[in-house]
Design a protein around this ligand. Structure first.
Ligand code: ASP
Ligand code: MG
Length: 587
């Protein structure tokens, strides 16, 4: 028998008719010979309605009582769906999170799953029962062992489902929802957005704002870490949906489902060179011209960073393999002769990266990486951050020391540390999907001291307030007084708190100032094939240049290229980039 975990969301269970229709669907699957564990959300908007009830009594409901209240939503669904199944002649039994053995930490309202004690589930499955389990909830062991009902955070029933699939070693986890799967971009903005057949968990995490609309990111994180095959598909149409893939043998210790170390790898790539173009004109088309000509010359560019412009000029910095440097330098010189600006380049650099699904949403990770480097007296030449990876370019001679110290801080063993990894072309597309994130603001801290530790101080100041910096760009250019600038984007919600914290910090640095940029959006193109394809960045920049859209900031990571542009061009840019990679469906 094949064991499947199937999760049905709130909309799919919005009424008694729908619950009956879902029961019919489950029965069909059971009759095909599958063992089934069903995970459900609360009916329709129940969770919102319950939250509203609480807010009519108090603006500060105790977290424990909120969990007590919200967990009732799922309890209604499990009971009704189980009745409907039994009515159809499919023997079923409902279980709350506690009864199903879902053990969480005790943080009410945002508890992470520690383990699932699967004994009872397995016994019931052996008896031929279909299990209907309440998503979104679990039980803490509590102080002194007193169990308390906990919830995982809004949208958490996806996470319950994938955690169950991982613990039960199910064949796959199917998430039934009201959309057909994961689309190449936001279909409300791009009319011909297309359903993806498959996407890797890493790509899904990098497409954060696009992916989160479909699946709880913590669910993707678990699927990635435990190698669960995850399928997102429509509850009503009988279509294949989108399959999320993760690397085989990616199974790590099962000590804690969501309690593994957030960082699971460290790598060092030696023989890197950095090329910095400064004072080049700030107008649409410059980045496109540069990276198109490099890709024509056969150069594969790795990280690209463009800092905010200072009075009509830009700095663009990028990395290439050291043996490409002469070639690249010549090409850049030709360009500079035409457009103006200066060029400088350095060899003997090394790229150090930490990676892991747990980096996302945990701002303390990047900051402790920067802190460790600065404590080791290592200057960070370039920073590239993504949802699942943080990279720093540093001097070669510091490489080994950095590897040792960073490995120690994140408690990584030898198997998790790689020196000059050989990456094989996986023939995946260079761009799989594109996300438009309208929820960001751009902030620059100007005239800060250029010495080890500055970036880390800024990040840790924000990390202490649990604020993540999304796109960090450290300008290469020094001001006359030897200071430099750092720019980043952060969530609109964090604006006030971030400003408050940063202002206090920079008051210690003479002459430093904080600036908020114009309204921006962040467009990210993501694809696992990107590192193996020359010219992806050039194509993206050309698409923007064709529409005369100026790029305010560029930040890339291995499988992602992100451009920050003015808010008013966001939707036009999304359409243009989407079509330049032929991602749309043919009409
Ligand atoms: N009912 C919960 C919520 O609305 C959990 C879920 O639907 O995933 O957040
Ligand atoms: Mg949901």
């Amino acid at each position: 028998m094949t064991l499947l975990v199937q999760k049905f969301g709130g909309t799919s269970l919005g009424s008694i008719e729908r619950i009956k229709a879902v029961a019919q669907k489950i029965k069909t699957s059971k009759d095909q010979g599958n063992d089934l564990v069903i995970v459900v959300s609360a009916m329709g908007h129940t969770t919102d309605e319950l939250t509203k009830l609480a807010s009519e009594i108090t603006i500060h409901p105790p977290h424990r009582e909120m969990d007590m209240l919200l967990s009732t939503g799922e309890q209604v669904s499990i009971a009704l769906l189980t009745m409907a199944l039994n009515e159809l002649g499919t023997p079923a039994i409902s279980l709350t999170g506690t009864q199903a053995g879902i053990i969480t930490e005790s943080a009410h309202g945002r508890a992470r799953i520690i383990e699932i004690r699967t004994e009872r589930i397995n016994n019931l499955l052996d008896q031929g029962k279909t299990l209907v389990i309440a998503g979104f909830q679990g039980t803490s062991l509590g102080i002194g062992g007193i169990p308390e009902i906990t919830t995982l955070g809004r949208g958490g029933s996806d996470t319950s489902a994938v955690a169950l699939a991982a613990s039960l070693e199910a064949e796959k986890c199917e998430i039934y929802t009201d959309v057909p799967g994961v689309l190449t971009t936001d279909p409300r903005i791009v009319k011909n957005a297309q359903l993806m057949k498959s996407i890797s968990c890493d790509e899904m995490l990098e497409l954060a704002s696009l992916g989160a609309a479909v699946l709880h990111p913590r669910a993707v994180e678990i699927a990635r870490n435990f190698g669960v095959t995850l399928v997102v598909k429509s509850s009503w149409e009988n279509l294949d949906g989108t399959t999320l893939t993760s690397k085989k043998n990616n199974v790590f210790s099962k000590g804690g489902i969501e309690h593994r170390s957030p960082v699971d790898g460290l790598e060092l790539v030696e023989n890197q060179a950095v090329v910095a173009l400064s004072n080049i004109p700030d107008r649409p088309g410059i980045a496109a011209e540069l990276f198109e000509s490099l890709s024509k010359g056969g150069v594969n560019v790795d990280l690209i960073i463009q800092a905010t412009h200072q009075v009509n000029s830009n700095d663009i910095t990028f990395t290439v393999a050291e043996n490409e440097l002469n070639n690249v330098h010549n090409q850049c010189e030709k360009l500079i002769n035409n457009i103006g600006g200066e060029i400088s380049s350095n060899k003997n650099l090394t790229k150090l990266s930490i990676y892991g699904a747990g980096i996302m949403g945990r701002p303390g990770i990047a900051s402790s990486l920067f802190q460790t480097l600065s404590d080791s007296g290592i200057n960070i030449r370039l920073i590239a951050t993504s949802e699942v990876k943080v990279s720093c370019v540093i001097d070669s001679e510091s490489g080994k020391k950095a590897l040792r110290n960073v490995g120690e801080i994140f408690k990584l063993n030898n198997k998790q540390i790689t020196l000059n990894p050989i990456i094989e072309n996986n023939n995946e597309p260079e761009v799989r999907g594109i996300a438009l994130d309208k929820d960001q603001i751009q902030v620059s801290v100007k005239n800060i001291p250029d010495k080890p530790g500055t970036a880390s101080t800024i990040c840790s100041t924000l990390a202490e307030k649990n604020i993540s910096l999304d796109t960090i760009v450290q300008s290469e250019r020094n001001h006359q007084d030897k200071t430099k600038d750092i720019s980043f984007t952060l969530k609109k919600n964090d604006r006030t708190e971030a400003k408050y914290a940063l202002e206090e910090l920079i008051s210690k640095w003479k002459g430093a100032k904080l600036e908020e940029g114009n309204s921006i959006v962040r467009i990210s193109a993501v694809g696992s094939g990107m590192p193996f394809t020359k010219g992806t960045a050039g194509k993206i920049f050309r698409a923007l240049a064709n529409k005369k859209i100026n790029i305010e900031m560029i930040a890339t990571s291995e499988i992602r290229t992100t451009c920050i542009i003015s808010e008013r061009y966001g939707e036009e840019a999304l359409n243009e980039i989407h079509s330049c990679f032929n991602l749309g469906k043919c009409e």
